[in-house]
Design a protein around this ligand. Sequence first.
Ligand code: FAD
Length: 605
Amino acid sequence: MIIKETDVVVVGAGHAGIEASYAAQKIGAKTVLITMNLETIGQMSCNPAIGGQAKGQVVKEIDAMGGVMGFMADRAGIHFKILNSSKGVAVRAPRAQEDKALYRSLMKSFLEKQENLEIYQGIVTGIEIKDGKVFGVRLKDDSIIKAKAVILTTGTFLNGLIHIGMKSYPSGRANEPASTELSENLKNLGFEIIRLKTGTPMRLKKDSIDWEKFEKQPGDRKPRPFSWRTEKVRNKIICYIGRTNKKVHEIIQRNLTLAPLYAGKIEGIGIRYCPSIEDKIVKFKDKESHVFYLEPEGINTEEIYVNGLSTSLPVEIQRKMLESIPGLEESIIMRPAYAIEYDAIKPHQIKETLETRLYEGLYTAGQINGTSGYEEAAGQGLVAGINAALKVLGKKPFILSRRDSLIGVMIDDLITRSIDEPYRLFTSRAEYRLLLRADNAKQRLSQKAFSVGMLDEDEYREIQERIETAEKLVLFLNKEKFKYKGRRITYSKYLKMPKATFEKVKRAFKEKFKDLREDERDFVEAELKYEGYIKKMLNEVERIEKEENTKIPESFDIEEVNGISIEIREKVKKYKPKKIGDLKKIPGITPAAVSLILLHIKRKG
Ligand code: FAD
């Protein structure tokens, strides 16, 4: 029985579903967001943090396009830090610890207030298709919600299977049901599925930890928000750093047969960049200790997230590990660590709009496309939401490219190279990485977002004013000269010198910098400092593009190329590309690696 009719249905209210439903309704499509449990809207399944390397840039991109993640992360944030702050401005990335419960409740009430959006609690068991097009979704009670477009954002729930030691049971996330019927339905509809795996560490009780034994890690002295809409944010907690030791490693080694991955119980492919502690110990045998972080899950909770100790070992072994770490001997586990296996759709089956190639009007976004991470999910959700709404309204699609955003890089990687393991974004995946900075997201994306209705007139005007003020300052510093070591040079030329400091420039023009926010100051610095590097980078990209047909000789040995990661070495050996064009299509190959390999081949003639 059809119980509702709408333009767009979004299934799942995780990070992808939130952005998708908000975007679709903002653009003008009547939207229904269906999710299993209204209390878990915006739930952070794993770490209590948003942002970080590449991910922080994605949050800024979402924000520049009128999305929600950055804005809410500012309001629920309790510890803000700019990563790489001592390195060049081009690699700076914002990250914030979040109060998980506050993030959830703010997100829920924000979505509830959206005019074009209806929120509905239900379990989707299948997609209804008519004449090759989406017709709606079927719920557990067999009722149907009819829609012109459906966006699936079901995260780790498809056929989810939790592992703790030798015990495993179906679940989408701890103590939440798995989506087995929907997974079966997608297979029956003809989708190619891949089995993946991820894991999460234990949560400990705050007052059972001896905090004196750990090193403090405070937030930044001058904390910065993610969103251009936020004036100010405040640090409210301190995080702590600890290290594992030989004894812990011995316990893990001795009990490896109880780890489902090593006992052959897990068939899913795990995430390379968030390995479990047992993975780290097996892979890096010589390391005597590994760092972990103690991160509060919020203000009004005792739960402490142990970032770095993700494991699927049995709880009694988790307990033994903790007993061997000074400061955690008496710690109380509130939630045990676990691993989860789940189904994902191989993403070569979707288009750049995130619509599936098989069925018109059916979109997928987030972990279901084989990615991992809240920000990767949110970025895709936004693009899927915008496109589903544009399609329903009969308008042109919204496409992000590798040149305008990291979200564009991710989508292009997913659809052209697909995946053979969980995908995580890195700036090294982008050939235009000097252009895709956190500080210039507004410049790159706000016009595009405004043109499809993601930003209102007033919002767009304010952004443009901010952009203009910063750009005027760049022009001014490009012309203004001062005396430096006996010569008169422009400030722009000065900033390109190795020993130049931006502080000196800011001091000289205090009044002009006064109205700029910190990321806008970063923008001025980056535009002046990296002019030459950006030109070089663009030439390099052009050069590689011309080498698509260059042959990779049979005698080529990846082990002879310096500066290549283990991941890329493994992949080149596995896929054995015959020419540069084939090399570029291998999942996980970065532009930097292509450049190094090309250089090596040319050198060897
Ligand atoms: P989710 O946030 O999972 O949201 C899915 C939503 O869909 C939920 O609201 C759910 O209720 C709903 N749903 C599912 N099926 C149905 C249905 N049939 N009907 C209605 N609603 C449905 N990421 C990392 O980057 N690093 C990590 O180390 C890491 N570890 C993780 C560990 C665990 C145990 C888990 C579960 C996840 C981990 N993640 C990690 C992944 C991270 O949580 C996800 O990448 C991110 O949350 C994905 O967002 P999403 O919107 O795609 O899905």
